[in-house]
Design a protein around this ligand. Structure first.
Ligand SMILES: [Ca+2]
Ligand SMILES: [Ca+2]
Length: 634
């Protein structure tokens, strides 16, 4: 937060503060209402000027729908990857081995409802889920039956298949079928799409589309600066899974194999290399034509049995092989936020260090998530100290993944740091809220257990001396404290973000506009991406969520990278580096809608290493000393 707010904080009765709730999520009341104490009137969102309440509600609905769409696509892409893995495990292994792999997959991913293994050469199929009864319970649904039939038909033709999402009973499902590369086997998965309902509930709370608990045990208006807003994640998927295939390639199944002469004719017409044979199909890659044009050419000239896009999962090639870009499955399609913050470029300077620990004071973390393995320290559960800090909400897992999901492991997403460890501190309970006391305790615990950076994707509009004391305690231990400003599109300062010792983060979207839900104000330090951010989610899944809660961990990760790159910098120096090395947005210089601007990882890392830093920071150091004196006498 801006130093100028220093004198304004402090006050407010501790008694009121102690019972203040700090939230991040959940509410059981599904009734939507116009949200938030938004600043009225507004037009030009592009200038960062806030939307009116009605427009804001509309924008939030759009975001929610976008988060759901992106989550659905993330989920399907992830499913496809697992099915491909299952098919690959077949080679040189017994039928028992397939059952074992499938069983393991279902054990760790309980959204895999059923799996059917197809031996296409012998026309055999077998249910390889442990409980054979499961599938029959579903086939009372007409849509399920139709989708299963279509899936089997597709596999027999050597094609893949995906159904739309359908309801059966009170649950949502989809069915996906993937053939082996040589089209001798295939697997069909019935997927329980429960993540959609979870994300919808989660986001309605975080985006404040429903009233938050005034009535409950905390009789204080409470707000979470966690909100997630969505903006455009350019998913680019069209009905045909367009973004999942190579744009300039086509798979062709001819009625009979083309002769050498035929092949030459095609090569000349398309100016391409000889088609690669995969099973009974040929894959052609053109330098000049896209899929649509290729399809037209083959359909008109060769009367093939069928053509289809060259879906990525049909090959063993990794999805992304661009230099400097990681191979994580969901990276190139969904993680716009990393290139937007020059994170990939920054990795040339630092990929982080195990020595710099990031405390995540939140709802806990899914300690078993495959894309967080080895990245999490033991942590602490403030809510129930006898339990591990497991995440029963989803929020903290998402935040942790943004910071340090495993990079370049062919799985899921890429975190912003490769090596910094996350210290999970569960201070918010399963309702997504916690008291000032639990959050303060969480901060102090993290400060005493090695955190050099603490992320707080949470908040409340009530100032609390108790919470502020905890913040000061951590700040005086040279910790960089980062917090989300909140998702109410309001200028009203939220805490802990608005405390002078805390670095306040608001959210931008993919177009570098202020996210419509994002809070703003003079206390905002920087902006970071917070619209439809893809990250880890409990149950070994991935979700796209929006909110300043998603923006804040970007900055926590940046602080960790800076401290890894130059461990000599003090916390206030790290904060200054992050403020001064940004992409300025909106009006030139610091402004209330964009703070200093959007973070730039590369620029900040260059500056962090600069030898002139001591000189560059001296005025800030003086200000800090002055503040310390003022604090003692306040
Ligand atoms: Ca990963
Ligand atoms: Ca500006």
């Amino acid at each position: 937060m801006a130093r100028s707010t220093w004198g304004k904080v402090a006050g407010i009765a501790a008694a009121a503060a102690i019972c203040a709730a700090l939230i991040t999520t959940l509410n059981s009341n599904p009734k939507e209402r116009p949200v938030a104490p938004a600043k009225p009137q507004a037009s030009g969102l592009s200038a960062g000027i806030p939307a009116g309440p009605q427009q804001e509600q509309k924008l939030k609905r759009m975001m929610l729908s976008q988060d759901l769409q992106a989550t659905e696509q993330l989920s399907r892409l992830d499913t496809k990857a697992h099915l491909k893995e299952l098919l690959n495990s077949r080679h040189n292994h017994s039928a028992q081995h397939i059952h074992d792999v499938a069983g393991k997959l279902r054990k760790t991913h309980d959204h895999f409802h059923s799996l059917i293994w197809m031996d296409l050469r012998h026309g055999k199929e077998s249910n390889i889920t442990e409980s054979n009864g499961k599938l029959s319970s579903l086939t009372s649904s007409k849509q399920a039956r139709e989708a299963l039939t279509a899936a089997k038909k597709a596999l027999k033709q050597g094609r893949s298949y995906e159904s739309t999402t359908f309801a059966a009973g009170d649950k949502n499902y989809y069915i996906m079928a993937v053939p082996d590369r040589d089209h001798t086997h295939g697997v069909i998965a019935v997927m329980d799409h429960k993540i959609l309902a979870k994300v919808r509930d989660h986001q309605r709370n975080n985006l404040r589309m429903i009233p938050y608990p005034k009535e409950g045990e905390y009789k204080v208006e409470s707000v979470l600066p966690n909100t997630m807003k969505n903006i455009t994640v350019k998913t680019g998927h069209d009905n045909a899974n367009a973004s999942h295939f190579y744009e300039n390639e086509i798979v062709v199944r001819f009625r009979s194999d083309p002769t050498e002469q035929h092949m030459k004719k095609i090569m000349t017409a398309l100016n391409c290399d000889k088609g690669r044979k995969l099973g009974n199909n040929y894959v052609f890659k053109s330098k000049h034509y896209n899929y649509k044009e290729l399809k037209h050419y083959f359909t008109v000239n060769w009367d093939p049995l069928y053509t289809e896009p060259h879906y990525l999962y049909m090959t063993n090639e990794t999805v992304t092989e661009r230099p400097g870009f990681p191979n994580d499955l969901l990276f190139s399609e969904y993680q716009w936020n990393l290139p937007a913050t020059e994170t990939n470029k920054g990795w040339n300077l630092s990929r982080g260090s195990e020595d710099v620990i990031v405390g995540v004071v939140d709802t806990g973390v899914d300690l078993d998530h495959p894309d967080l393995q080895g990245q999490l320290l033991e942590g602490y559960n403030v809510v129930d100290s006898a339990q591990k800090p497991y995440d029963d909400v989803g929020h903290g897992t998402h935040v942790a993944g943004i910071i340090s999901a495993l990079v370049n492991n062919n799985e899921g997403v890429a975190g912003m740091t490769w090596y910094n460890k996350v210290l999970p501190v569960k201070a918010l309970d399963q309702s997504g809220s916690g008291t000032t006391y639990s959050v303060a305790e969480g901060i102090i615990w993290a400060a005493d257990h090695g955190a050099k950076v603490i992320n707080m994707s949470l908040g409340n509009y009530v100032d609390s001396e108790f919470l502020h004391d905890a913040v000061k305690y951590a700040y005086d231990k040279d910790i960089v404290l980062i917090a989300a400003t909140g998702n109410d599109n309001t200028e009203r300062p939220g805490y802990p973000a608005a405390y002078p010792e805390v670095f306040a983060v608001s959210a931008t979207d993919e177009n570098q506009k202020r996210a419509s839900f994002s809070n703003y104000g003079d206390y905002v330090d920087v902006m970071a991406p917070g619209a439809s951010i893809a990250s880890t989610y409990p149950g070994n899944q991935y979700a796209a969520l929006s909110g300043t809660s998603m923006a804040s961990p970007h900055v926590a990760a940046l602080a960790a990278l800076i401290r890894s790159h130059n461990p000599k910098l003090k916390n206030h120096e790290v904060m200054d580096v992050m403020r001064q090395n940004v992409i300025d947005l909106g009006e030139p210089g610091h402004d209330k809608y964009f703070g200093y601007g959007q973070i730039d990882v590369y620029k900040a890392l260059v500056a962090a290493k600069s030898k002139s830093s001591a000189l560059q920071f001296w005025p800030q150091q003086l200000r800090d000393k002055l503040n310390a004196i003022l604090r003692r006498h306040y």
